[in-house]
Design a protein around this ligand. Sequence first.
Ligand code: ADP
Length: 231
Amino acid sequence: QVKNLHKIYGKKNQNQYHALDHVSFTINEGEFVGIMGPSGAGKTTLLNVISTLDDASEGTIEIAGTNITSMKQNQLADFRSEQLGFIFQDFNLLENLTVYENIALPLSLQGVSSKKIKPNVEKVAQRLGIESILKKYPVTISGGQKQRVAAARALVHEPAMILADEPTGALDSKNAKSLMETIMDLNENHDVSIMLVTHDPLSASYCQRIMFIQDGKLYKEINRNSTREVF
Ligand code: ADP
């Protein structure tokens, strides 16, 4: 639940930019919501503030009953690593770690033992069809495989919510479709809430609800249940 969220870049008495202008909305548990809007609209800012990577200037954000806007940095880090999963356009895989080690990262950062990590990594790798590349390094795998590894890493700790910023941006249409089907499956069969920032109409077509943002304001919302679908 986001209330009256405001984000100002820049210091007082300098050129300030209001990237988010008193935004309020609710995402229900298990919902799949898209955020669309032109370049510079504030989409990434919104995702970064909700994901606790950046702080808000004003307003509150409550995730799974916890008010994250009043949390301290170390509490935030714990909250993030337990409750949230991230998928970005440029994969953000660590090149000096194997695929297995990349996927295991959120759990190893939480201090989970390697014995407990193994079955989780294997389960998620199987779900995403990447069991055969676990020992490889990121440079040796394809773009589509890299994004599956990034998705596996976002899921391995079974987060309540996945925040995705243009996850299909670097993929061809076949891999983009396959990734979106994976994300939809997570949402439908594993109750993960999804917040997806995208420019891509194909990706947006998987969302239940799309919020449109411009100049830091929400100006329109489309709910799939009330929209006629034409194929
Ligand atoms: P979008 O993701 O919709 O393209 P962003 O959230 O990245 O938009 O940016 C919204 C606005 O805030 C843009 O005008 C951008 O230039 C500005 N902005 C983003 N990050 C910063 C920053 N760190 N400092 C100053 N301005 C920023």
